[in-house]
Design a protein around this ligand. Structure first.
Ligand code: G3P
Length: 218
């Protein structure tokens, strides 16, 4: 499973990259706003800065909601850097834009997926990735991981190459469950990724090893 980090914070992206396990970055307008990035030139410069830190795909979301606007924005984003993947919401106009980008060889991430039907449409339109938001489904007492499993079944039934990018991952257990049901990618916060390292028996075991070593090496 690929590990993407879901942030526009350059420091956190660098920290994840330094771990050596980072495969890409996802952003969205809320995450860009959280970092105070505004204005066309600043936004483009920020995406470029992210691409210079990581080796993998960087999702950059269009703001337009009409087909022509999405195409214009997406084409500008795609030429910014070869690692950019154009993120498009799952709407009627969005599906048309994904099909257009797919025909042009521009890679896309179809976002705001909350049902397997939406994921199926995005795959048919040629999306490179679909992003089901598992945490937001859990928030409304709906099984987010179950959706990933449903989409996995559907994509495997027909051999769709669209990758399932589990998004709105909130914690470490989400990451493990995504791997159990066969998500191709998960995108989450650095805290959830670092949480995978933690185990009290690792801490106590290491402390014991170091203490025993010190006893005979004083
Ligand atoms: O990747 C989508 C993500 O940014 C949404 O996460 O935690 O706002 O539901 P969240």
């Amino acid at each position: 499973m690929k590990f993407f980090i879901d942030t526009a914070n350059l420091e956190q992206i660098r920290e994840a990259q330094d771990l050596g396990i980072l495969d890409g970055v996802t952003t969205n307008p809320s995450l860009m706003a959280k970092e105070g990035i505004s204005g066309y030139d600043n936004v483009m410069a920020h995406y470029r800065a992210i691409c210079e830190i990581v080796d993998g795909d960087v999702s950059a979301e269009v703001i337009a909601t009409d087909f022509e606007g999405m195409v214009k924005e997406g084409e500008n984003l795609a030429v910014l850097h070869p690692q950019i993947v154009v993120k498009v919401p799952i709407t009627k106009e969005g599906i048309k834009a994904i099909k257009y980008f797919s025909n042009k060889g521009i890679r896309t991430n179809c976002t705001l997926i909350f049902s397997s039907g939406q994921a199926l449409l995005a795959a048919k339109a040629g999306a490179t990735y679909v992003s089901p938001f598992i945490g937001r489904l859990d928030d409304i007492s709906t099984d987010g991981i179950g959706l990933i499993a449903d989409i996995r079944l559907i994509f495997d039934n027909y051999g769709y190459e669209t990758q399932i990018l589990a998004a709105s991952v909130r914690h470490t257990m989400h990451i493990i469950q995504c791997a159990q049901v066969g998500a191709d990618v998960m995108t989450g916060p650095l805290s959830a990724i670092l949480g995978l390292l933690k185990h009290p028996l690792t801490d106590s075991g290491l402390a014991q090893f170091l203490a025993d070593h010190a006893k005979v090496n004083e």
